[in-house]
Every structure is written in structure tokens, then in C-alpha cells.
Design a protein around this ligand. Structure first.
Ligand code: ZN
Length: 255
């Protein structure tokens, strides 16, 4: 079974469409949250993702943009975008976002061979926690319910692995070309893995291309993708919507 793993689309329809057009066939779609917030196409993204997602874990922006929790911890840019999003969401999409389950979740693996996995937005121990370093990864690697957990939230593609006293930070090796690239990593049994597919709609790892991953359950390997998309079109939409300029500028910087 091939599972497409998407995270942090952030209302960027151009990036989402490019990813869906480039990753080939998949059997299930696992979504790690933050579908909305920052970008200018919240309704379009929800309506595109909703019918094709097998499982969606809510993100902190989904929660705040749907009015479930306070914006107090958001910086002024994120807050402006969250207010704009809350205003623009249709009642139906708002209701759907409000009902998204909190992670961690274990997807049903009907008939699929290979390891069981967990899905979370931030850490499997805390949906709001950023796993940016091995120090952040240590406790989740010890305590997560399955050997493999997919996480998002940081907008940094890669992850962490650990077996006994042997641990590694995973950063996909790309040439940094302007076209699409992929990089495949085997996840050997008995090794614990936190895998971050990166952000579809607002990468922050200094690569502007949309990020995604495909997990092959039978081979137990993950393929990371970087996919170019029409950044100027997404930026124009952000500016036309009256969202903060920084939210447009950062898309071409990838940070
Ligand atoms: Zn996010």
C-alpha cells in the first residue's frame, strides 16, 4: 500500500495541486493538519482535500482558524491570517475543520503488510510541540506507540531515527534543482522513526518547492518529494486577499 502523507498545506492551492499531480498513484492519503491559515485559498484547499483524505489530524492553525482555541499565542502575522480565514470559511468547511480529531491517531491498515504507524501534527505526546532537534525528538522516540510516527508542524522535511544508542537526524539529500526531486529512505524494523513529510504550502527549510512524502507499507520505505509549483500565482492570491505581505514573500524564500 502506498500512503501519501501531506502536512501543513496552509491554504496554498497551487502547491497542493502540484503535489497531487506529481507524486503518482497512492492508495490512502494521510493528512497531518494545518490545512488552513497563512494562505489565501482555505475553502478551495478544504474542498480539494476533504473527499480524498483517508485520515486527517487537526493542526494548531485548523484549531485556531476554526475558532476552537484562542489566538493569543499566535504572532501578529499568524493572527491576521487566522482572523481572515475564520471570516472567509464557509459554514460547512468551518464545521468540518472544527470536527477534525486531535492526534495522535493510528490509521487502520486493512490488509496492508508492514509496520503500524501513528499520525500526529506536532509531537505524538503534544500536538503543539515542535520537533526540531534530537533533543525534542528523544522523548517521543522513546514513548510513541508505534515504531514509525509521521509528524508535521515544523515545516522542515526529514525526521529522526533511533535504535538503542544509535540515533540520526534525517535530512533528504536533494541536488536542489529547479525541477521535481525525490529521495527514498528504508525504515528498517526495530528502529524508531519520526518522519516529517515537510510542508506542502509553506516550506521553511530553505527550499521553496512543495514538500510531501509517500510511505510504501510493504517495502517499509519512505520517499520524500520536492515539487515546484506556481509560486507567483500563490503570492498574487495572498496579496490580492489583503493578507500580510510577509506571507507572500516567504513562499519564494522557503523560510
Ligand atoms: Zn503549520
Amino acid at each position: 500500500m502506498r500512503a501519501l502523507v501531506l502536512s501543513d498545506i496552509h491554504a496554498n492551492l497551487e502547491a497542493l495541486n502540484a503535489v497531487l499531480g506529481a507524486v503518482g498513484d497512492w492508495d490512502v492519503l494521510w493528512n497531518l493538519g494545518d490545512l488552513v491559515g497563512y494562505g489565501a485559498s482555505p475553502n478551495e484547499v478544504v474542498e480539494a482535500v476533504r473527499p480524498i483524505s483517508t485520515l486527517v489530524v487537526r493542526g494548531n492553525h485548523d484549531r485556531v482558524c476554526a475558532g476552537l482555541t484562542s489566538m493569543a499565542r499566535f504572532n501578529p502575522t499568524a493572527r491576521a491570517a487566522a482572523n481572515w480565514t475564520l471570516e472567509k470559511l464557509t459554514p460547512d468547511n468551518l464545521e468540518w475543520l472544527r470536527a477534525l480529531p486531535q492526534g495522535p491517531l493510528e490509521p487502520a491498515m486493512d490488509g496492508a503488510e508492514g509496520a503500524k504507524v501513528t499520525l500526529a501534527h506536532g509531537s505524538p505526546l503534544n500536538e503543539d510541540q515542535y520537533i526540531l532537534s534530537m533533543r525534542d525528538a528523544w522523548a517521543p522516540l522513546q514513548q510513541m506507540a508505534t515504531d514509525i510516527t509521521f509528524v508535521g508542524h515544523t515545516h522542515v522535511q526529514g525526521g529522526f531515527s533511533q535504535k538503542d544508542h544509535d540515533w540520526h537526524e534525517i535530512r533528504p539529500r536533494f541536488a536542489g534543482a529547479a525541477g521535481s526531486e525525490s529521495w527514498t529512505l528504508a525504515l528498517p524494523p526495530g528502529t524508531r522513526h519520526l518522519i516529517n513529510p515537510g510542508s506542502v504550502g509553506q516550506p521553511r527549510d530553505c527550499d521553496w518547492r512543495a514538500a510531501a512524502a509517500v510511505f510504501d507499507t510493504a517495502r517499509c520505505e519512505v520517499t520524500y518529494y520536492r515539487i515546484p509549483y506556481d509560486v507567483p500565482a500563490a503570492q498574487a492570491r495572498v496579496l490580492t486577499a489583503g493578507l500580510p505581505e510577509r506571507l507572500a514573500a516567504r513562499l519564494s524564500e522557503g523560510r
